[in-house]
Design a protein around this ligand. Structure first.
Ligand SMILES: *Cc1c(COP(=O)(O)O)cnc(C)c1O
Length: 398
């Protein structure tokens, strides 16, 4: 059977092999500690579950409009007004099957073959692959640790060509935890407006901000940039609802209409019950979110301190999300039991096999020389996992 050409444009996830290996070790009864997870370890709040049960009992179990129920769109509208000072019409909002699906829909309705989409690295892997599926080209800009892993206006200007369609922004960032402040966003917005470039702003980690930083959406910076911004969000991370699959896009009504159309022929609506649960997540008490963020804040401090104590490890203090992204290239060229470490993948494999800790290599995010550690796991696991990493690291580097 001959597959469509577009299948050859996307790469299988490099982290999948690691993840499969970790799961296989766990299956064999080995005590593997996972620092690889990309979802909160907290349970979905009780009030949200209750809302889903109620929806089910009330028979809200049928098709909904493709772009989501009116009640959820109103809840999203209110959330964006309340938290972000952004006003959107109901026709400017589409509910999707998770934020990943929102991003997928956006690339599908926006990109033609030959178009270019700017993706700052380290990036969330799906951005690149989703752009590729459309036949467009991801143009990767490598940000630096010195610049806080934020793309600079100079870099952006340099990357723009007449084919540039959009730029992907992700603040707070997965994998680096970088947060773009107002002063970082202003020049980017200015360039986007000047060149008429769409900004896809993935704000899924909005509530996970620590130590005085404040979330700013680029869409807040004025009507012109708001008109060019497609704001992507969802309840997966904020309300520990990854399995419920509810995300959304807010922005240009024509884009929303195209997404609705595409969705009506692909997934139809996001799950009806999950939509009602999301209404409760957005309109009910935000106390569970606050508790979760307070716990993450403690873990972040602990983890950064432990990593900074390791010789040769540079660990910037991430301002958001639930990841740390230390520089681990000091291990390159070093060997452990005759095994030479030459890449972040080599190190992660060594850590998995010798320390039974799974972490994600920076190369998976377009950033060789780093690794991503998720602290969406208990403090006890963080302590145990870091003890193990430290043992290997000291044997390797000193
Ligand atoms: C988790 C994640 C998403 C996807 O979230 P879902 O709602 O579960 O699809 C999107 N962007 C980033 C950066 C993420 O880490």
């Amino acid at each position: 059977m001959k597959l469509a050409q577009r299948c050859s444009w996307i790469a299988p996830s490099a982290t999948m092999a690691m993840d499969t290996a970790a799961k296989e070790m766990a299956r064999q009864g080995i005590d593997v500690i996972s620092f690889g997870v990309g979802e909160p370890d907290f349970d979905t709040p009780e009030n949200v579950k209750e809302a889903a049960i109620k929806a089910m009992k009330e028979g809200r179990t049928k098709y909904t409009p493709a772009s989501g129920i009116h009640e959820l769109k109103v809840a999203i509208q209110q959330k964006l007004a309340r938290d972000n000072n952004l006003e959107y019409g109901i026709d400017q909002i589409a509910v999707t099957v998770g934020a990943k699906h929102a991003l997928y829909n956006i690339t599908q309705v926006l990109c033609d073959p030959g178009d270019e989409v700017i993706v700052p690295a380290p990036y969330w892997v799906s951005y690149v692959e989703q752009v590729r599926v459309t036949g467009a080209t991801p143009v990767v800009i490598e940000t630096t640790q010195e610049n806080g892993f934020r793309v600079t206006p100079e870099q952006l200007r340099e990357a723009i060509t007449p084919r540039t369609k959009a730029i992907m922004l992700n603040s707070p960032s997965n994998p680096t935890g970088a947060v773009y402040r107002r002063e970082h966003l202003e020049p980017i917005a200015e360039i986007a407006v000047e060149k008429g470039i769409v900004v896809v702003s993935d704000e899924i980690y909005e509530p996970f901000i620590y130590g005085g930083a404040k979330h700013v959406s680029i869409a807040e910076l004025g009507p012109e940039i708001k008109a060019l911004t497609l704001l992507v969000h969802g309840v997966s991370k904020s309300h520990a609802m990854t399995g419920w699959r509810i995300g959304y896009v807010a922005g240009d009504a024509r884009v929303i209409k195209a997404i609705t159309s595409l969705q009506s022929h692909s997934t139809s609506n996001p799950v009806s019950i999950a939509q009602w649960a999301a209404v409760e997540a957005l309109t009910g008490s935000q106390e569970p979110v606050k508790q979760m963020v307070a716990e993450f804040a403690k873990r972040r401090e602990y983890l950064v301190e432990r990593l900074r104590a390791l010789p040769g490890v540079e660990c910037p203090m991430p301002e958001g999300a639930f990841y740390v992204f230390p520089r681990i290239s000091a291990a390159f060229g070093k060997s452990y039991n005759g095994r030479v470490i030459q890449s972040s993948m080599d190190l992660c494999q060594l850590l998995l096999e010798e320390a039974h800790v799974s972490v994600v290599p920076g190369s998976a995010f377009g950033a060789e020389g780093y690794m991503r550690i998720s602290y969406a796991t208990s403090m006890a696991n963080l302590e145990k996992g870091m003890d193990r990493i430290e043992r290997i690291w000291r044997a390797l580097v000193g």
